[in-house]
Design a protein. Structure first.
Length: 498
């Protein structure tokens, strides 16, 4: 997006040139622009020299102008893939952000280009050693510039003057390396391989071929007073100098270490930019006490009695956890770059927690005793921090449960129910915790003291009758009082008239 102004300006120039050309054609020969366009067209014909061998070039104004527009458009379109390859850095202003309840200040940091935009510190750019010429070292001229005019090498047959090779493309190259990067001013052709016969250029600027230039593999180019050899493989050092011109020879196909797109992630991250947590599942194994399950003697449809204690007992429950990734995509690349990341806890490639993740997520084991009448009650929860060895199952963790410390509401049917797992406070999508669930039964039966304060039907009937009678009495008293007041007022009016 940062190169979009250049992109837009080129597009505007191209559109203006097309509109100007169409306008002049509609005006005809009497147009004041026609002479100028004819001179431009003739100059274009003279410099481009497109014709078959042995034929005299025919100058056609419309055809050549359209050809100029075609070349300009091709040149413009070839710049589009490079817009994203240009290095651009943008410095962000300092921002305030919240991390674990503390206010910290983030210093400005440069934003890298898109291929390097990995979610640090969980990912690094994926790099490979690339031979820019490909495994067979067959490179071809892709862009020519003759006297400042772009020329299509696939349509060039006759001699061309003062032409520079601006770009080459190689067979079987990776998508990130089309070929060696030539100097901006271009290179002169030294020799090509056309129709299995080597074609050597006399002075380095003119050549004659029987095939289109684009079909002739490049053997050597003159670039910045050096002889660039395209036939030398990267593991070979044989590169003969140009003794005639006293120019040193350079291998044009030297191996390069480049970013090839995408990122290598730590084992606990995944995604093209390492933007996702790798999902995993954890299950828990109880080691002590060992359950001793007894069948239900009352033939009730319930869980068997496996742990029987007294209310006054205190029992230590010991567990180990086994966590494993459930999505292993990209994990081979992470293993191949194992030294690039530091891990806080790890069990090979099965499960790992990078040091960066350990600072974000909170790994705490949890035992929760449930009040079955109030499932949301968290007063029966115990939590403890897990060590790295406990998280990967190499050491057990323990919970000491004192049954007398729990209120009567946690006991239902003389049973206690609890679950052991990892705290949900830092859960994220994709993480699955398989909790260990247990019932505890007790030998000393506890009977709750319960007083039934509900009313019987007869008591309710007496209450309703009393309310009705009381309401009727109030109404009658009210009517009687109202009549006495009216009679008293009537007597007062009679006395007044007398």
């Amino acid at each position: 997006k940062h190169d979009m102004p250049q992109h837009t300006s080129k597009a505007h120039e191209l559109v203006v040139l097309i509109l100007l050309t169409l306008f002049c054609y509609t005006k005809g020969a009497s147009s004041p622009y026609s002479d100028t366009l004819q001179n431009v067209a003739q100059h274009s014909d003279e410099t481009a020299g497109f014709a078959l061998p042995g034929h005299t070039p025919v100058y056609n104004r419309i055809g050549n102008m359209l050809h100029e527009l075609d070349n300009e458009f091709v040149k413009f379109m070839r710049t589009i893939p490079r817009l994203w390859e240009r290095t651009h850095e943008e410095v962000h202003e300092p921002v305030e952000w919240i991390h674990h309840g503390s206010l910290r200040r983030q210093e400005p940091s440069p934003t890298p280009t898109i291929p390097s935009l990995c979610s640090a510190p969980y990912g690094i750019p994926l790099r490979e050693t690339i031979d820019p010429c490909g495994p067979v070292h067959k490179c071809y001229v892709f862009m020519l510039d003759c006297d400042g005019v772009p020329v299509d090498p696939s349509k060039t047959f006759l001699p061309a003057h003062n032409c520079k090779v601006m770009e080459v493309r190689c067979e079987n190259s990776s998508a990130n390396a089309h070929g060696p990067v030539l100097p901006l001013e271009g290179c002169d052709i030294h020799s090509l391989d056309c129709s299995a016969n080597t074609s050597t250029v006399g002075n380095g600027t003119d050549w004659t071929t029987s095939d289109p230039i684009s079909r002739c593999p490049v053997l050597k180019l003159h670039c910045n007073n050096e002889l660039w050899d395209f036939t030398v493989f990267s593991n070979s050092s044989s590169c003969p100098n140009d003794e005639e011109h006293d120019i040193p020879c350079t291998n044009a196909c030297v191996l390069v270490d480049e970013e090839v797109g995408g990122c290598v992630c730590s084992l606990d991250r995944m995604g093209y930019r390492c933007e996702q947590w790798r999902p995993y599942t954890c299950n828990f194994t109880l080691h002590s006490p060992v359950p001793s399950c007894q069948p239900d003697s009352h033939n009730l449809d319930s869980d068997p009695m496996c742990f029987v204690y007294s209310r006054s007992d205190e029992v230590r429950f010991s567990y180990t956890v086994n966590c494993a990734f459930t999505n292993t995509s990209q994990i081979n690349a992470s293993m191949a770059n194992d030294n690039a990341f530091t891990y806080w806890a790890r069990n090979g490639s099965t499960f790992a927690v990078s040091l960066a993740q350990q600072g974000v997520w909170d790994y705490r084991s949890q035992l929760r005793v449930y009040d079955l009448d109030r499932i949301g009650d968290k007063s029966g929860v115990q939590r403890q921090e897990m060590t790295d060895l406990q998280l990967v199952g190499q050491e057990p963790f323990h919970f000491d449960v004192k049954f007398s410390s729990y209120a009567n509401r946690f006991f239902a049917g003389n049973r206690l129910y609890f679950e052991v797992g990892i705290s949900k406070d830092t859960a994220f999508p994709g993480r699955v915790i398989q909790y260990d669930r247990r019932f505890i039964d007790f030998t000393d039966v506890h009977i709750s003291h319960y007083i039934d304060t509900s009313l019987s039907s007869s008591e309710i009937g007496w209450i309703v009758a009393s309310v009705v009678i009381g309401a009727m009495t109030v109404c009658l008293c009210g009517v009687s009082i109202s009549r006495k007041i009216s009679a008293y007022k009537a007597q007062l009016r009679v006395k007044k008239y007398e």
